[in-house]
Design a binder for this molecule. Structure first.
Ligand code: PMP
Length: 424
């Protein structure tokens, strides 16, 4: 019996998060035994260059020595106290220093929890109930947000889930990404009722889709004019596009920011932060309740601190950008050489190849992609030792541990695979 067959006997679908099951690309998922730097190894010892990077957190690669050694130091003193520790202050200080709009931050255990709490806070602060999200953006699986969602929900064609009461879903209004008119229309129809607009400033959960022109600026000003809070879900883009995330990159000042992935350096962490006046509505200072037995866990804090310190070093993002651009240019050249006109979107160290000709600037564009072609591409890359996300609607991530040699090898294999699929 394969490990997957065994896992399926005890765990629904054999996995603890749906996309891992290879549902949309077919076949059995690879079971991983270890990771080091840019590489992961399956249980049979096969090596892969990894561009999933645990779905984003591992911006400095697997088993980074500094993170591992700090974790070892911290674990010697215990794993959880349910009481405040200095580590929590250290990480909070770094977040406030790095992320321009954050004056105070609260740690939680996952991205889902961060977004769920941020929405509650926005509703309390504005005393309004409705929220606006964009079709194809994913903000975790809390009830209010699992409406027309991206990521695994989109991959499995379940963008809205049974079990979410209509009464909740009705409070979540849906706009089109990159279409400011669709937002203005919702504001007109729901005057003074919208607590918050939540957005992935660069969408990463319908594949990578970049904000066009002034879209984010216009969104910021619509929210200001309407007394609505702008929530940037930077769970992917935070510390990825720049030290200060997408808000630094695009010069936007959101009211609340949600963070996850990189902030935990590979351990389970989420966070939400923003202006002091808003954040001080949270318990125990204010009336908005939110809590967590393991929140601010010392191991998670230590991994986050070491990761953020590495990101703060001179030239970190320049080097990562250079490496990423080399890979993206290599991919584009490969497509050109083979006369392929597929859309390729990238920004800094995140990118997506869409099996759709022309551009992908919206959710409607993204879902026109040929997911069967993606499945073939994915399996051929995997067989040749390149690990990509098992879905068309996810990003690939470059880490600082990817070497020139990894990049060259990946470009070469990418060419071979596309040639096998489309060459004549
Ligand atoms: N928001 C965004 C933008 C995400 O990409 C994700 C996870 N991929 C989440 C929220 C939810 O985070 P988690 O899986 O840690 O609950």
């Amino acid at each position: 019996m394969s490990l997957f067959e065994e896992a399926k006997k005890y765990i629904p679908g054999g996995v603890n998060s749906p996309v891992r099951a290879f549902g949309s690309v077919g076949g059995e998922p690879v079971f991983i035994s270890k990771g080091k730097g840019s590489k992961i190894y399956d249980v049979k010892g096969k090596e892969y260059i990894d561009y999933v990077c645990s779905w984003g957190p591992l911006i400095v690669g697997h088993s980074n020595e500094r993170i591992v050694s700090r974790l070892k130091e911290v674990i010697e003193n215990g794993t959880s106290f349910g009481a405040p520790t200095e580590l929590e202050i250290e990480l909070a200080k770094l977040v406030v220093e790095y992320v321009p709009s954050i004056e105070m931050v609260r740690m939680v255990n996952s991205g889902t929890e961060a977004v769920m709490s941020a929405i509650r806070l926005a509703r309390a602060y504005t005393d309004r109930k409705k929220i606006v999200k964009f079709e194809g953006c994913y903000h975790g699986h809390s009830d209010s947000l699992l409406v027309k969602a991206g990521s695994g929900a989109l991959t499995f064609n379940q963008p809205s889930s049974p079990g979410v009461p209509d009464e909740f879903a009705k409070l979540t209004l849906i706009a089109d990404y990159n279409d400011i008119e669709s937002v203005k229309k919702l504001f007109k129809e729901n005057k003074d009722e919208i607590a918050a607009v939540i957005i992935e400033p660069v969408a990463g959960n319908m594949g990578v889709v970049l904000p066009k022109g002034n879209f984010l600026k216009e969104l910021e000003s619509v929210c200001k004019n309407e007394g609505t809070l702008l929530i940037f879900d930077e769970i992917i883009t935070g510390f990825r596009l720049a030290k200060g995330g997408a808000q630094e990159y695009f010069g936007i000042d959101p009211d609340i920011t949600t963070l996850g992935k990189i902030i935990g350096g590979g351990l389970p962490v989420g966070a939400y932060g923003g202006k002091k006046e808003i954040m001080e509505m949270i318990s125990p200072v204010g009336p908005v309740y939110q809590a967590g037995t393991l929140s601010g866990n010392p191991l998670a804090m230590a991994a986050g601190i070491e990761t953020l310190k590495i990101l703060g070093e001179e030239g970190f993002y320049d080097k990562l950008r250079e490496k990423s651009n080399k890979l993206w240019e290599g991919f584009r050249e490969n497509c050109n050489k083979l006369g392929l006109k597929f859309a390729f979107n990238c920004i800094e160290s995140m990118g997506s190849l869409f099996f759709k000709e022309g551009v992908v600037e919206s959710f409607a564009d993204a879902v026109e992609s040929d997911t069967k072609l993606y499945a073939t591409f994915f399996h051929k890359m995997l067989a040749k030792g390149i690990n990509l996300a098992p879905s068309q609607f996810e990003a690939m991530f470059v880490s600082s541990s990817h070497s020139e040699e990894d990049i060259d090898k990946t470009i070469k294999i990418h060419y071979e695979v596309l040639k096998e699929m489309f060459g004549n």
